[in-house]
Design a binder for this molecule. Structure first.
Ligand code: MSP
Length: 664
């Protein structure tokens, strides 16, 4: 491949920092990394973007539960994500966080531009809302009355909100799919999207007022921008677009790299990327991404991996046991792009043994071992050094030419597979060469040649051909397994030399090798013993997760011990409920007016299932005064009321003391 082939801009989704990432997230990032490394090696000027999607109700809720501010929560999780990518040496060029100033100000500008185009209006939104997915759904989209993405219950939600005129773009979107079939792959997803548009596109709610962890709508501080408009914009805000006051010129990267060559995304977010995102760009009159690629999910026996369900595979654990390259190889080789795949420890271990320990590991150790043993590690191009060109019989010529023709043809096939994101086929092709090389050892039997002094030239030639094959392998695997690539090159005596893709298509270009046998590249795994060990580890982790709670329960039933200072931070007072009514937009909530001495404040509690409003008025209750105020479905709640609970039934915690008195 020639150098300077132009630019290549690839992105992953930006991940929710709700908790640590699992192997499903790793899968997408590993694919993007392999592609970015491949394109760089092929001579492209690559921009590889990833990041985190940090706003929204779900993050706010998780942070609340953890007793942290949303910012402190996301800072902590994002640190772990960056650490994971560092361990895996993910070669991103930029990492965007949606809480960064560079993103926030540009999202507001994007809102302004879409508004200026006449595509935003204020209305009232009513729909079914799935909190974990942060998605609104219409009646027809629900599956058995539940969220079509995750199958969880949904709630009716209604509030003032801004809308994006998505419906106005239906025709242009249909035209996009019709005239540019490559825009969205695989084809099955394209058909789904066309059907979705044909059902009738509704305008999109792009703001919320019931929580505040988001980017304020410019000019309306009571509303925050709904996460998808915020999140999708990352692909251009990271490039410095749009230029906002005082940042003219900062969109240099945008002019260089936009439009994106590919947005790599999981299948459930294809809809956002291939319908909403293009419509936003159309509204701003900006070019569309060239391609959206939807990949499948990694599944566990019990279904989809999910952080909220707690059934996840931790990539860090696998890396600790088998190494980064083994994990990357497995993810790229085992699964077919676009399809779902089942993850099991057994499939993983068998794949690592067969392909890495046996095929690749053996080729390297046999070649370096024999070179050391028979020639002290020094191997020369035939006709140079101490060795001449041996005269070959027909069989010898045939096996040599077959090895060479396989070796030099793989790179082009790999390129063709990479063009369509067929990582598994690309690796399969590389393994054709690895297996051919192992067979070459059996066919040429170097150990027999070593016994015959007259065969010294042939022995050197065989070892040279094997070294060349390994050199080519080291280049071919570089995008997928760069540590192993470097280790093979070290053992061949090529440490520090430049890895160039064109060199994978030339056989016989190295004058000499200085081979050294190193540690096994991938030690063979005793599958049965390892499976037992993995199960034991999982059981221990589950026990450890329960242990702190159990210990605390033994020490004193209930929650963990706290210091007096912690308790003293809470300001309790007696309050009298003077008014109670149902929340107009939420079945579970009651809105109370509570008189606390001279002050009357509004407090909302999720107790509508247990009390009728009229049963509450007149009670003297305990109020937590200094709990941070928040909005619940558009209504402010300032403080909290205490209730007693026996698992099913709620009771007020009442007192005879008059309202306004301090409780301590
Ligand atoms: N924040 C949004 C994306 C915004 S992009 C502008 C989001 N985040 S996520 O953290 O929930 O998911 C990120 C990606 O991880 C998605 O593409 C999703 O498909 C992928 N995966 C999550 N679990 C997965 C598997 N079990 N298997 C494969 N990919 C999975 O959505």
């Amino acid at each position: 491949m020639a150098k300077d082939r132009g630019k290549y801009y690839i992105t992953t989704p930006i991940y929710y920092p709700s908790s640590n990432l699992h192997i499903g997230h790793t899968y997408c990032t590993v694919m993007a990394d392999a592609m970015a490394r491949f394109k760089r090696l092929a001579g492209y000027d690559v921009m590889f973007l990833t990041g985190t999607d940090e706003h929204g109700q779900k993050i706010q809720k998780i942070a609340d539960e953890a007793g942290l501010s949303p910012q402190a929560h996301v800072d902590k999780i994002v640190e772990g994500i960056i650490e994971l990518w560092k361990t895996m040496e993910i070669s991103y060029d930029d990492f965007i966080r949606t809480t960064e100033e560079r993103h926030v100000k540009r999202v507001q500008e994007i809102f302004r531009r879409i508004n200026a185009a006449g595509d935003i209006y204020k209305g009232a939104y009513e729909g079914w809302y799935c909190t974990p997915c942060e998605s609104f759904w219409t009646d027809t989209q629900l599956v058995d009355g539940k969220c079509p993405d995750c199958g969880r219950p949904v709630e009716k939600a209604k509030e003032d909100a801004y809308f994006f005129r998505l419906s106005a773009y239906a025709d242009r979107l249909l035209e996009l799919f019709a005239t540019n079939p490559g825009f969205l792959e695989p084809e099955s997803r394209r058909n789904e999207m066309v059907a979705f548009i044909n059902q009738g596109l509704e305008d999109l709610c792009i703001s919320r007022s019931s929580f505040d962890w988001g980017i304020p709508v410019p000019g309306d501080e009571g509303q925050v921008i709904y996460v998808w408009l915020d999140a999708l914009s990352n692909y251009i805000t990271a490039l410095g677009f749009p230029a906002v006051d005082g940042t003219d010129g900062e969109d240099e990267k945008y002019r260089k790299y936009w439009p994106a060559d590919v947005h790599l995304v999981g299948k459930e977010i294809v809809r956002f990327h291939s319908i909403i995102w293009p419509a936003m760009l159309m509204s701003m009159n900006e070019p569309l991404p060239k391609q959206v690629l939807g990949h499948g999910w990694l599944l566990l026996d019990g279904g989809k991996m999910s952080k909220s369900k707690g059934n996840v595979v931790d990539p860090v654990k696998l890396i600790e046991r088998y190494g980064v390259d083994a994990l990357k190889y497995f993810l790229l080789r085992e699964y077919t792009f676009g399809q779902d795949g089942l993850f099991t420890n057994e499939v993983l271990l068998n794949r690592l043994n067969a392909d890495l320990a046996n095929d690749l590991g053996n080729l390297l150790s046999r070649t370096t071992g024999m070179a050391e043993k028979f020639q002290g590690g020094a191997v020369y191009k035939p006709g140079t050094g101490d060795y001449g060109e041996p005269a070959l019989d027909e069989a010898g010529s045939l096996v040599d030419s077959d090895l060479k023709s396989v070796a030099v043809s793989v790179a082009a096939t790999v390129e063709a597979h990479m063009d369509v994101f067929a990582f598994n086929h690309a690796l399969e092709e590389i393994w054709v060469l690895i297996r051919r090389s192992n067979k070459y050892i059996d066919e040429t039997a170097p150990w027999a040649l070593a016994k015959d002094p007259a065969a010294a030239d042939r022995l050197n030639q065989v070892l040279y051909n094997l070294s060349e094959a390994l050199r080519i392998v080291s280049i071919l695997i570089y995008p997928f397994m760069h540590y192993s690539s470097a280790e093979i090159r070290r053992q061949l005596g090529l440490a520090g030399s430049q890895v160039a893709w064109a060199d994978a298509q030339a056989f016989g270009i190295c004058e000499s090798y200085a081979l050294t046998k190193g540690e096994a590249l991938f030690p063979r795994i005793d599958v049965e013993a390892e499976l037992e060990a993995l199960e034991a580890e999982a059981a221990a982790a589950a026990a450890a997760a329960e242990a702190p709670a159990a210990e605390a329960a033994e020490a004193a039933p209930g929650k963990a011990e706290i210091e007096y200072d912690d308790f003293d931070k809470i300001d309790f007072k007696v309050g009298k409920i003077v008014e109670a009514r149902r929340h107009p937009d939420a079945d579970k909530l009651l809105i109370f007016q509570v008189k606390i001495g001279a002050e009357t404040r509004q407090i909302i509690s999720g107790v509508a299932g247990s009390f009728a409003p009229e049963d509450c008025v007149g009670r003297n209750v305990i109020v937590v005064m200094n709990l941070k105020a928040r909005k619940l479905r558009g209504e402010e709640s300032k403080g909290m009321l205490l209730f007693a609970e026996d698992g099913e039934r709620l009771a007020f915690v009442t007192t005879d003391a008059p309202d306004g008195e301090t409780v301590s």
